[in-house]
Design a protein around this ligand. Structure first.
Ligand code: UGA
Length: 425
């Protein structure tokens, strides 16, 4: 099938490469010329496991990137994969969705045959129906039925670092559609994956994405709260959650207590959900608590450290792990950010190390001292805080002897040496 994809960010690029792998012919539209060039030469502008292999295989053949919308009218389906960042009140900013809808609409003035416009970006319920659909119909001149158009909402559930695997082996494919014909076309794209498909209304599909992220974030904050309680009474929350997660109704996933959730999705999507609820007169007490627990975890960690050291002013603190999770250089909403801010506020000197994320964190904190190894950051430090579950940290032990004393606090349970204190275990 001929597919066009709007937006060469992480979702658009991974989806394009995977669509190509499924045998489709993909036109990826991205306004950033540098990204277009990189993609066409088979080099992914982001790190994502397995993506480079797919690009090398398909770029210039059945995957072609361009900054022009010209090809859209020659495809059977277009996916909108542009970003939906947070607006000033935490709401989803839909300006890029609207702009992409306008451009898709305009390009659909040309060409003929049935075409489906599908939204993959995470958007609040109602967006496809009330914003994308009318914008595309108006701009394409199809309101009266010049070119037959269908609409769909097909959310992604891709984890950074595992996005290719999540795309190729999905738990489910959610398809919201305006009519059966549009749904059938979207479903046929995924035929080779042999995955369960659920067909729902457009707004339900949008809500499934938000509710999934909100529930996963809730599981994490729940585990953190239970962990905070457990620690006070000397119980290991990891033992507890192992027992809890064995109940098939709960599942063992996303019950790891620690410094909380970061990344470009959970914090933004939970806030957008809260804002959406408030705008329709609902008070989302549970979701607000999920955010509150998440904001407090890094501060609790600094409080714990301050109690251990008896004051932070002038102390050298090694922070190991800056990425919001392992296997990525992404620091967006990383729990290391509020933690470092608080350490600086209390007068500590921060010495940081991460295997991949130093250059991104340098843009956030140019005045932190960065090191090329964990040992470098640990040398002479008064204490060490672990913020990302990088496997290389698991083996650290003798390196801690380089510190003034072995005061080690973990925000992620990763170390094998026995003398680290957990944030909530
Ligand atoms: C998340 C979802 O997992 C994907 O399903 C979704 O498609 C994606 O957002 C999105 O909306 O695009 P991602 O942000 O890549 O994926 O990261 P996760 O692996 O979910 O981790 C998010 C954060 O939660 C990390 O900071 C991680 O350390 C933290 N976490 C995760 C915990 O603190 N405890 C856990 O048990 C699991």
């Amino acid at each position: 099938m001929k597919i066009s994809v709007m937006g060469g960010g992480y979702v658009g690029l991974v989806s394009s490469a995977c669509f190509a792998e499924l045998g489709h012919s993909v036109s990826l539209i991205e306004i950033d010329e540098k990204k277009v060039e990189a993609i066409n030469s088979g080099k992914p502008p982001i790190y994502e496991k397995g993506l480079e292999e797919l690009l090398r295989k398909h770029a210039g053949r059945n995957l072609k990137a361009s900054s022009s919308y010209d090809e859209v009218c020659n495809t059977e389906i277009s996916f909108i994969c542009v970003g939906t960042p947070s607006g000033p009140e935490g709401e989803a900013d839909l300006s890029m969705i609207e702009a992409a809808s306008r451009s898709v609409g305009e390009s659909l003035q040309e060409g003929d045959g049935y075409h489906v416009v599908a939204v993959k970006s995470t958007v609040p319920p109602g967006t496809t129906q009330d914003l994308v659909m009318p914008t595309v119909l108006r701009r394409s001149g199809s309101v009266g039925g010049e070119r037959e158009l269908g609409f769909a909402m097909n959310p992604e559930f891709l984890r950074e670092g595992l996005a290719v695997q999540d795309f190729m082996q999905p738990d489910r494919i959610v398809i919201g559609c305006s009519d059966t014909k549009a749904g059938d076309l979207v479903e046929s794209i995924y035929e080779r994956l042999n995955a369960p498909v659920i067909r729902v209304g457009l707004s339900s599909a949008e809500m499934i994405k938000y509710a999934s992220n909100a529930l996963l974030a809730t599981k994490i904050s729940f585990s953190n709260e239970i962990g905070n309680i457990c620690k006070k009474i000397g119980i290991d929350v990891y033992e507890v959650m192992r027992g809890v997660g064995m109940d098939h109704r709960i599942s063992p996933h996303f019950l790891n207590a620690g410094a909380g959730f970061g990344g470009s999705c959970f914090p933004k999507d939970v806030m957008a959900m809260i804002r959406l609820a408030e705008l329709i007169g609902e008070d989302p007490v549970l979701l607000k608590s999920v955010v509150e627990v998440n904001m407090k975890q890094p501060i609790r960690m600094v409080d714990l450290l301050e109690r251990r050291l008896g004051g932070l002013s002038g102390k050298e603190i090694a922070v190991l792990g800056l990425a919001f999770k392992k296997d990525t250089d992404d620091v967006r909403e990383s729990r290391a950010i509020p933690l470092i801010k608080e350490l600086k506020k209390r007068g500590a000197w921060v010495k940081a190390y991460d295997p991949l994320a130093v250059s991104n964190m340098r843009k956030v904190f140019p005045d932190v001292e960065y090191f090329k190894s964990a040992a470098g950051a640990l040398e002479n430090a008064d204490a060490c805080l672990i913020m990302t579950e990088w496997p290389e940290f698991a083996q650290l032990d003798e390196e801690f002897d380089l510190m003034k004393s072995r005061v080690i606090i973990e925000g992620r349970r990763v170390l094998l040496c026995g003398d680290a204190e957990g944030l909530c275990w």
